[in-house]
Write a protein that binds this ligand. Sequence first.
Ligand code: HMG
Length: 408
Amino acid sequence: MKYGIETISMYVPRYGMDLRVLSEARNVDYKKYQQGIGQEFMAVPSPDEDVVTMGANAAQQAIEGIDTNSIRTVIFATESGVDQSKSAAIYVHKLLNLPENCRTVEMKQACCSSTSAVHFALATVALKPDQKVLVIASDIARYGLESAGEPTQGAGAVAMIISAHPRIMEIDSDVGYFTKDVMDFWRPNYLDEALVDGKYSIKVYMDALDHCWKNYQETTDAHFNDFHHFCYHLPFSRMGTKAHLHLARHQKASLASKELQQQIEPSLRYNRITGNAYTASLYVGLLSLLDSKELNLTNKRVGFFSYGSGCMGAFFGGTVLPGYDRFLNTSERVAWLRDRKHLSYDEYVKFYNHALPQNGHSYRTSRNRTGSFRLAGVENHQRIYESVPANVGAASHSEKALAAAPVS
Ligand code: HMG
């Protein structure tokens, strides 16, 4: 029996900033962003979006055509959680009107928990092949203004139905793991921005890759050449390139650098124009690869490296299934990415500085362009979510409403 991804979809905010604008504001050579870290544009969430609304927007597409009665588990992976106790999965469960006989849970281990969610989901459907699991990865990558991490910010969500009837990709059960207690990147509960030791985090990422690959080889006897394409966790696109060349060098791969580049480049395209989306980032990379119209990926083997600071890594493989491209909304995704509104620097700072009240008082968020779900505000310490009727949230009203207005 095959287990894997039956459907996959993505949501990114409808706003973003061209990194040329940031480079001017920060007086940094744009080439450092474009070539040095490989980023051109970053997604910026509006005040009425959070990981719940982004996750629900992605999941709404992923469950299209799926009998929701078969979804018995929703796993929400994030490191931008909105509550210390209640799972974001419950909010999504309600917004999508999923059946009540369902288990809902949130998972955390930096960017890597989405991959654990996928593997827990695979184990669930292997035990109960008639059930499906909805896995959602949703995050907002946020660093300090003027920090080195600022140009690597981004946001987005990916949702997948994991089942015993995969149509997109079969995922192997063998995984190479690595865990080590390090402080390369973390976010204490009292901070809104991540703390990071940037250069060290890159070193730890590479170490984790080496250890995961070694453990994967010990488990499977696999060889580098078994894979046609690779998807890496992408904090910024150049990290994927660096990691791939590093792995190839260590494996003494006989491929020319152009061939190595072809193994990785298609998975980098979306990250370059959306930025880091933490838990979702690896799977944004997978969608970028799958959406590459020039490639026929049928039966192609894909190697995945998932990394989460702190740190944990996982290396695993998957095989793209025949007809996969019929189940992707590639044109809609490409149009969505193309049609995003470009923020000016001042608009970006305004969005960045927006914060919900910390005292739980009633508050309404400004209405901006969103997907089908938005954060309407807060009442009595509770987040209030709402569905957005079709076409509301698009275009004209949003530019006027950058500032949030309190209800009273
Ligand atoms: P930095 O100090 O701003 O940049 O930090 P730099 O000086 O290292 O330069 C970056 C690259 O640009 C270098 O290339 C420069 O040479 C090049 P490299 O030496 O690496 O080949 N460069 C130029 N290229 C062309 N024209 C120029 C130019 N100037 C310089 N004019 C850093 C960069 C990534 C560290 C920073 O952005 C940062 O701290 N980012 C956040 C942390 C991060 O992304 N870490 C990655 C690994 S950890 C991870 O992936 C986990 C994470 O997703 C979180 C989680 O798990 O939850 C972050």
